[in-house]
Design a protein around this ligand. Structure first.
Ligand SMILES: Nc1ncnc2c1ncn2[C@@H]1O[C@H](COP(=O)(O)OP(=O)(O)O)[C@@H](O)[C@H]1O
Ligand SMILES: CC(=O)OP(=O)(O)O
Ligand SMILES: [Mg+2]
Length: 448
């Protein structure tokens, strides 16, 4: 890792003095109107230097990217991680940009401090929130409930509604709100757009979205399948169709988003018809620290027999389960290394993870009937040949054949890893949630 400079001390502690609100940015709006296609994607090229800042605030990290809308290139990018822990750090200008990185180490108290640190890093490069050409800020917001089914311009009222959804995404929505509040404080005049993880799943048929519990109770408490990682599922299913050279409207895909959080979706002709996460991002696949599916009676048993309260069970299932609960590590790289040394717990964690994945692949093939591609994405999906191989091993009878050689190649680009005779293609497609958020943000709030 190359570091241009490593600083120390609390990060983002003082209000950042370098970033001042600018009064009127209208003069910087340089492009013509005709950018918005029906699906919200940008169709014409904005002037070079027209940028969108994207904030992707996770439970313990903030990723930020300044994206040039003319060509999708990154003018700046960074990551603030281990927020709220004893040692935090800011990495500005990471590998994707190629150049040297600036690393600042020290505690980052909370998300507001993290956002101020990010703004300060951008400011140091002359790319702060008052820099010329910045058209809007796009925020990843994880839970949009039933109300938000598309990108939404953020107002006080919208912000309050996002706040009301905190109980349904306690790890994520508070971080998203912090990002919005800091960006609005720094640039009150700049359009801010929320792009919801749940939006792509708003098309789920009711029989897929409903849980089989008392309808009145479900409706009173907003209990249904919402689905998450939708921005990634949307981007990746479109990119997979492009890779296959088929119109997205005629392409059926099973998308496996395997990051720290993980989810599967079945996408028919560009429309999501089933997904593995539910009311919250806890259901479905085995994840880094989350259990995914368990018998709901596990919760009752822990309460009755174990005397655990709601918060303790929440902590167990969201933070102390999944891979970390099974073997103590949540990083698939470390698990792979331990398996190589003959570690039984790591082997079992891997097997449980992969078995769940196979169940979902099989189920979603049945949901779709015809599957053109099974697509792997996000940290594990893009980088672990072992997970891809094990998840799809022996599925020749289903028309799914992974080519061992293609699958073992490490590459950054979207690519096929199936044999030429495989009826269903198997693809690896790097996700780009930030670019998708920038496009949707610009389409809604860019200059007209
Ligand atoms: N080379 C690799 N091999 C296997 N797994 C990897 C590799 N690189 C990253 N990962 C996995 O990807 C995870 C992070 O994925 P990512 O999509 O960045 O997650 P998130 O966005 O949820 O933070 C890591 O925890 C690790 O398990
Ligand atoms: C919704 C969700 O699980 O997001 P992440 O993978 O970023 O934690
Ligand atoms: Mg992610």
């Amino acid at each position: 890792m190359s570091a241009e400079g490593v600083g120390a001390g609390p990060v983002g502690a003082p209000a950042d003095p370098g970033v001042s609100p600018a009064a009127d940015r209208a003069g910087e709006r340089t492009t013509e109107v005709d950018r918005t296609a029906e699906d919200g994607t940008v169709t014409a090229t904005p002037a070079a230097g027209t940028r969108v800042l994207v904030l992707n605030s996770g439970s313990s990290s903030v990723k930020y990217q300044l994206i040039d809308m003319a060509d999708g290139s990154r003018a700046a990018a960074g990551l603030v991680e281990r927020i709220g822990e004893r040692t935090g750090r800011v990495v500005h200008g990471p590998l994707a940009l190629g150049g040297p990185r600036r690393i600042t180490e020290g505690p980052v108290a909370d998300h507001a401090a993290a956002l101020r640190a990010a703004a300060g890093e951008l400011e140091r490069d002359g790319l702060g929130l008052d820099s010329p050409g910045l058209a809007a800020v796009g925020h990843r917001v994880v839970h949009g409930g039933t109300r938000f089914t598309g990108p939404t311009l953020i107002t006080d009222e919208v912000l309050a509604a996002i706040g009301e959804l905190v109980p349904l995404a306690p790890l994520h929505n508070p971080a998203n709100i912090a990002g919005i509040e800091v960006a609005r404080a720094l640039r009150p005049d700049l359009p801010q757009v929320a792009v919801f993880d749940t939006a792509f799943h708003a098309t789920l048929p009711e029989y897929a979205a409903r849980y089989a519990i008392d309808r009145a109770v479900a409706d009173r408490y907003g209990i249904r399948r919402y689905g998450f990682h939708g921005t990634s599922h949307a981007y990746v299913s479109r990119a997979a169709a492009e890779l296959l050279g088929r119109p997205v409207e005629e392409t059926n895909t099973v998308v496996l988003h395997l990051g720290n959080g993980a989810s599967a979706s079945a996408v028919a002709g560009g429309v999501c018809v089933e997904t593995s996460m539910g009311l919250t991002p806890l259901e479905g696949l085995v994840m880094g620290t989350r259990s995914g599916d368990v018998d709901p009676a596990v919760v009752l048993h822990l309460a009755r027999a174990g005397g655990m309260d709601a918060d303790e069970i929440d902590d167990l299932l969201n933070r102390r389960s999944g891979l970390v609960g099974l073997c103590g590590d949540n990083d698939m790289r470390e698990i792979g290394r331990r398996i190589g040394e003959g570690d039984e717990a790591a082997r079992l964690a891997f097997d449980v993870y992969v078995h769940r994945l196979r169940k979902y692949v099989g189920a979603y093939c049945a949901v779709l009937g015809r599957v053109d591609a099974v697509v792997f994405t996000a940290g594990v999906g893009e980088n672990s040949p072992a997970v891809r191989e094990a998840a799809l091993r022996g599925l020749d009878a289903f028309g799914i054949e992974v080519d061992p050689l293609l699958n073992s190649v490490r590459a950054k680009a979207a690519r096929l890893v199936s044999t030429p005779s495989s009826r269903t293609a198997v693809a690896v497609v790097p996700t780009d949630e930030e670019l998708e958020i920038a496009r949707q943000t610009y389409a809604l709030a860019g200059p007209r």
